[in-house]
Write a protein that binds this ligand. Sequence first.
Ligand SMILES: Nc1ncnc2c1ncn2[C@@H]1O[C@H](COP(=O)(O)OP(=O)(O)O)[C@@H](O)[C@H]1O
Ligand SMILES: [Mg+2]
Length: 149
Amino acid sequence: MKKWKKIFRNGSVETYGEAEMVALGRAMAAELEAGDVLGLVGDLGAGKTHLIQGMLEGLGCTDAGASPTFALVHEHTGGRLPVAHFDFYRMKSPDEALGIGWDEYLTGDSVLMVEWADRFDGELMPAATQWLVLRHEGPTQRRVSLAGY
Ligand SMILES: Nc1ncnc2c1ncn2[C@@H]1O[C@H](COP(=O)(O)OP(=O)(O)O)[C@@H](O)[C@H]1O
Ligand SMILES: [Mg+2]
C-alpha cells in the first residue's frame, strides 16, 4: 500500500465516535492525489460517509457535509482537488454509473470516493482502487482497514 503508511501503521485504525472518524479522514486527505480511486466497504452505519466527510474537509471542500443520499454522485469542488463522491448502495446496475459518465470520471483529475464499491467491483472499479474496509466493533467503535491490491 503506497498511501497512509504512517497513519495505518498496523494496517488498521480504531476510531471511537464519529468525530474521530472525521479527524481520521482529515488526516488522510493530505496524501490524496488527482486520479485516486477509493473504494469504501462496510455495512450501513460503519462510518463510510463520515470518513469521506473528513477527507473532504481536509481537502478544503466547502460543501463537505453534502452527500449523495439520493443521487448517485455528488461533486465537490473548491478544495485542493475535485472530488466525485459516489454511493452505489441503491444502484441496481453498473449501467447507471456508466450512463452518467463513469469512464470520464475515471480518466479525469478528480478523486473518486465510492461507498459500497464492492457491489460492482468487477464491473466498475479499476485494479488500482485503494480499498478501505470499515467494521462495526461496538456502539461507537469502528475499525478502518487498508486492503491491499
Ligand atoms: N467511530 C465512529 N465512526 C463513524 N461513525 C460513528 C462512530 N461511532 C458512531 N458512529 C455513528 O455511526 C453512524 C455512521 O454513519 P455513516 O458515516 O453514514 O455510515 P455509512 O456511510 O457507512 O452508512 C453515524 O450515525 C455516526 O454517528
Ligand atoms: Mg454512507
